[in-house]
Each structure stands twice: as structure tokens, then as C-alpha cells.
Design a protein around this ligand. Structure first.
Ligand SMILES: [Zn+2]
Length: 101
């Protein structure tokens, strides 16, 4: 494994915004330590939480996961594995085709 903080020259990172518009809602994105999992979403208060201890790439994939969960709460609760696989696939294509900034 590479050293913490090392990024290969072609590494492209995603902007993790403080707010996102999702389905007509303004959703705050908060980085917090010590979540139960890597991330959480709350459709009642319109917040996505991402664990601040994750690596940059894990934060980015987790953000995609939580966005998909926010958009599809029943899929997130009924078939978490499928939602996780979709998030992973989207993140892989975006990152490996340099579609992130
Ligand atoms: Zn989840």
C-alpha cells in the first residue's frame, strides 16, 4: 500500500461539497468522526454524514452511496448490497476514466 497522503500523478479527486441539491432538496454534507458506518443519510433533516477518518477515495465512494440512498431509501434498506454495488460501479467508472476533477 502507498503512504498516507500519497497520490499517484493521475489521481483525480472529487469535490465533496458542503451542500448538494438532491431531488429538489438542499442537503448538507457533513464530515464527522466516529460514525457507526462510513456514512449516513437523513431524509428528515436533509443531511449526509461522511466519516472524516476515511481516505479521500473512500469518502468519494461513500458520498455516491449516501446520495443513492437519499434518493432511494427503500432500496437502501431493502437491498443494501445492490446499492453498494451500484455506488462502487459508478465510482469506479468516474475515477478510472478521469471524469472527476
Ligand atoms: Zn448504506
Amino acid at each position: 500500500m502507498s503512504q498516507p497522503g500519497f497520490m499517484p500523478p493521475n489521481y483525480i479527486t472529487m469535490k465533496i461539497p458542503k451542500k448538494l441539491k438532491i431531488g429538489g432538496h438542499v442537503v448538507k454534507v457533513k464530515l464527522l468522526e466516529r460514525l457507526d458506518g462510513d456514512g449516513e443519510f437523513d431524509t428528515q433533516s436533509n443531511v449526509i454524514f461522511i466519516d472524516s477518518r476515511l481516505s479521500q477515495s473512500q469518502k468519494e465512494e461513500t458520498l455516491i452511496h449516501e446520495i443513492l440512498g437519499f434518493q432511494n431509501p427503500s432500496l437502501h434498506s431493502d437491498n443494501h448490497g445492490l446499492l453498494q454495488a451500484i455506488a462502487h460501479s459508478i465510482y469506479q467508472v468516474l475515477s478510472e476514466n478521469r471524469m472527476l476533477r
